[in-house]
Design a protein around this ligand. Structure first.
Ligand code: IMP
Length: 421
């Protein structure tokens, strides 16, 4: 059976660990969106990794890992990650890069600074939005261009012509040379030349033959460019439906859709966050949960679990089961709150607002539940958790209407309860 792993919050839900666990039984792992803005933390045979681009399948021998066309890729970073995983594994993992995936160039990162979008939206400053913008404006550079160096040079030169006119006073922009940028890309991509191909028929055939394909999402539903808290979103489709345009395949065979959600909520970067806690409880969650960005090191904003947002996210993704992570971080609190509704202009909302500005005006309605004292002693089922912790999980299931199939209570693979692992 094929599976999609999708973030249900603002990213950082713990998808890295869950994907790594499920990749163990996969034939193929396909990352379908975003780029090096993602930071997936996982522990493989005792060694901790913070990956940004390489799919989790690379950690297992015999699994094919694919970076799909919907991604934007920093070639140098990808080559470094492949080298680090090869050292760890003792052999080179099989990684394929879609020829229609777009490449991030140095000017994409520079544009975030020049335009101020990095500061204004609190982006990861990895050049993500400028790279996606070039893609839809027909002026992007794709992985496949590496196979035709002359075309690569021409495309970069064309783009630089316009950039130089737009930024006459920027020394950095004026100083770019198309030949040098192309040479750097060709050097960074040398070890990847054989890996660049049309990946869609490969994924399609794997699905048709009933192979176990795992689709690895990055970021989360609330950062989706269309359905997230716009304009405080990322630039790609982070939801289940995003797999389609990224690969050009039918989604029907992807029957299992695991939505990953933290037992509380975090956000990094700007934007509305109704259940944010700017008090010692929020600080405690940040410290106990190690809530600092894998990509940028920024402290994450922390708050109570928002069931209005979670219900919205599970329905957008057609989630068949939730993986609830970091339950242990709530350990030791006297009381835990769950947001079960919003009030806006004196009325109760029954759906998550599409507009970030409306969301900013929503007042959360809370339900309080008793906390528990751990630590958890290697539970293997919900029944072996402290009663209040199990009640918390069951309350989430009842409110959202989706089964919690996996509970993670620590960073190690073994700190996991899972009926379906
Ligand atoms: P960008 O994706 O770098 O353009 O950033 C846009 C917004 O998405 C910012 O608020 C980032 O902090 C957030 N973001 C992007 N990728 C991730 C991620 O992997 N985890 C959490 N937040 C992210």
């Amino acid at each position: 059976m094929s599976t999609a792993i999708l973030g249900l919050q603002w990213g950082d839900e713990g998808k890295g660990k869950i994907t790594h666990l499920l990749a163990r039984d996969a034939d193929m792992v396909v990352r379908f969106n975003g780029g090096p803005n993602a930071g997936h933390t996982l522990i493989d045979r005792g060694v901790k990794f913070g990956t940004h681009l390489i799919p989790a399948g690379a950690f297992y021998r015999g699994v094919t890992s694919i970076l799909a066309g919907g991604m934007v890729v920093d070639l140098e970073l990808l080559a470094q990650e492949i080298a680090a995983v090869s050292d760890h594994l003792g052999e080179t993992p099989r990684v394929l890069l879609a020829e229609n995936a777009h490449l991030i160039l140095p000017y994409h990162r520079a544009l975030e600074e020049l335009e101020g979008s990095g500061a204004h939206f609190g982006t990861t400053r990895r050049g993500i939005a400028p790279a996606y913008r070039d893609k839809v404006a027909h002026v992007g550079v794709r992985a496949g261009d590496l196979l035709e160096p002359e075309r690569l040079r021409e495309r970069i030169a064309l783009r630089l012509d316009v950039l130089r006119k737009q930024w006459p006073d920027s020394e950095e922009v004026q100083g770019y040379s198309a030949d040098r940028l192309a040479d750097d890309l060709l050097a960074a991509g040398r070890s990847l030349r054989e890996a660049i191909c049309d990946v869609s028929p490969i994924v399609d055939e794997a699905l048709r033959k009933g192979r176990r394909v795992l689709f690895e999402g990055a970021q989360g539903t609330l950062l989706d460019v269309d359905f997230g808290t716009y304009p405080y979103v990322t630039s790609s489709s982070t939801i289940y439906a995003g797999i389609g345009p990224s690969l050009g395949i039918a989604l029907a065979p992807i029957e299992r859709r695991v939505g990953v959600a933290k037992a509380y909520l975090t956000r990094v970067g700007e934007g509305p966050f109704p259940t944010e806690l700017e008090d010692p409880v929020g600080v405690g969650l940040r410290e106990r949960g190690g809530e600092y960005g894998v990509t940028t090191g920024r402290p994450r904003r922390c708050g109570w679990l928002d069931l209005v947002a979670l219900t919205y996210a599970t329905s957008l993704n057609g989630v068949t089961e939730i993986a609830l992570t970091k339950l242990d971080v709530l350990d030791g609190l006297d009381e835990i709150r769950l947001c079960t509704g919003y009030r806006l202009d004196g009325r109760t909302l029954d759906r998550y607002p599409l507009s970030g500005d409306r969301l900013a005006r929503c007042e959360p309605v809370y339900e309080a539940m008793p906390g528990w004292r751990g630590p958890f002693e290697n539970p293997t089922s919900l029944n072996e958790l402290p009663k209040a912790a199990a009640d918390y999980v069951r309350r989430i299931e009842r409110c959202v209407g989706v089964r919690v199939g996996i509970v993670s209570y620590g960073p190690r693979p073994e700190d996991t309860i899972g009926t379906t692992l």
